[in-house]
Design a protein around this ligand. Structure first.
Ligand code: PLP
Length: 390
């Protein structure tokens, strides 16, 4: 077995999900906060477009970067949403945002390079960087900075081996959102130190309280050194369709097209057609979904702050909260196990996202308000029991 295979790590959310499923098979009803996936169904017009495409015979190979119609639709979408111009040959459609992370890092990073990533962060960054025999360098996201990645903290980690910085806003697992001045600061660092910027913007539409999504991609001076990763998974509740994309300078896209050609040849033709319908069709679904997430966020933040030992900031984006549980007096891994066993509530320990997550839990609130309320009540009771016993 090749040693690189042992440097890849899977997401812990799936381990907890499996444990929760085992309890469900034993007859318990478990409330799920562990998996980061929209509970909404994919809008009907997108499903219809896929069905129509199947009937029309979109069941064959397509060009490796994606059909031209799709890349044109992505190009229009980026202009509308990100105010950036990318021509279709600067775009590759990928099997989800996760593949986009793999493609981007594989294309940019050499063995021995250092890559700066947020800590905590989506686990695939660290895993793929290690797979490539490169070194992840963690920048701690601090609660007192609302878990934003602060440019000065990034610059302090730059060495002569640094190749790239991974940016993720809105952020998984913290829900934090970078400001204009944050992304400008990150762009300046990239220019000063000749770095590539990989910006993972899969939650770009899930943002609250009137805040605007800001991305380094909109800063013209760094355009040729930015790889913009995006996905339809979260915005259109299309996690099972496996569709994402990368927009970047041609020199990157050309090599990624060859990588995709070697891996999967192309993406399913009917999924590509449905994606065109998602990007060009009515967008009211997205707004409704985000409004609902905002209501849920308010309920969960409020409820968590009523539990003794929990302190929860109100995040501005994504559908996660990241409460500080240091006041409970229990290691976060043990607390996850305890809540699953005692309250039948599935959560994730913050350290599943990096050492900076010690002392925190992550909740995904992509579930109904009723279930959120029921889950919070169960946690409250379980924590009170713990405190009475201790
Ligand atoms: N990037 C971040 C930050 C994520 O949280 C996720 C999924 O949870 C992804 C990328 C991958 O999404 P997908 O592969 O479903 O497009």
């Amino acid at each position: 077995m090749a040693s690189r295979m042992f440097r890849l790590k899977g997401e812990f959310a799936f381990v907890i999900l499996q444990k929760a499923k085992m309890l469900e098979r034993e007859g318990y009803d478990v409330i799920h906060f562990e998996i980061g996936e929209p509970d909404f169904d994919t809008p009907e017009h997108i499903k219809e477009a896929a069905a129509k495409a199947l009937k029309e015979g979109y069941t064959h190979y397509t060009p490796s970067p994606g059909i031209l119609e799709l890349r044109e639709a992505i190009s229009e979408y980026l202009e509308e949403e990100f105010k950036v111009e990318y021509s279709p040959d600067e775009i590759i459609a990928t099997p989800g945002g996760k593949a986009a992370i793999f493609y981007a890092l594989t294309t940019v990073v050499e063995e021995g390079d250092e890559v700066i990533i947020p800590d905590p962060a989506f686990p695939a960054y660290e895993s793929v960087i290690r797979f490539l025999n490169a070194k992840p360098v963690f920048v701690r996201l601090k609660e007192e900075n609302d878990f934003r990645m602060i440019p000065e903290d990034v610059e302090a980690k730059v060495t002569d081996k640094t190749k790239a910085v991974v940016i993720n806003s809105p952020h998984n697992p913290c829900g934090s959102v970078l400001t204009r001045s944050d992304v400008e600061g990150l762009a300046e660092i990239a220019l000063r130190h000749n770095l590539v910027l990989i910006t993972d913007d899969v939650y770009h539409k899930i943002i609250y309280d009137g805040f605007e999504h800001e991305s380094v991609v909109s800063i013209p001076e760094v355009r040729d050194r930015v790889l913009l990763l995006n996905s339809l998974s979260k915005t259109y509740a299309m996690t099972g369709w496996r569709i994402g994309y990368i927009a970047a300078d041609r020199r990157f896209i050309e090599r990624m097209v060859v990588l995709q050609n070697n891996l999967v040849s192309c993406l399913p033709a009917f999924v590509q057609k449905a994606t065109v319908a998602a990007l060009r069709g009515p967008q009211d679904f997205v707004k409704k979904m985000v409004d609902e997430y905002r209501r849920r966020r308010d309920v969960i933040v409020d409820g968590l702050n009523r539990i003794r030992g929990f302190k929860c900031k109100k995040p501005l984006g994504a559908f996660y909260v990241f409460p500080n549980i240091k006041g409970v007096g229990m290691d976060e891994r043990e607390l996850v196990e305890y809540l699953l066993r005692e309250a039948k509530v599935a959560t994730l320990h913050g350290s599943a996202f990096g050492p900076g997550g010690e002392g925190y839990l992550r909740f995904s609130y992509a579930t109904s308000i009723d279930l959120i309320k029921a889950g919070l009540e169960r946690i409250k009771v379980a924590i009170e029991k713990l405190q009475e016993a201790g």
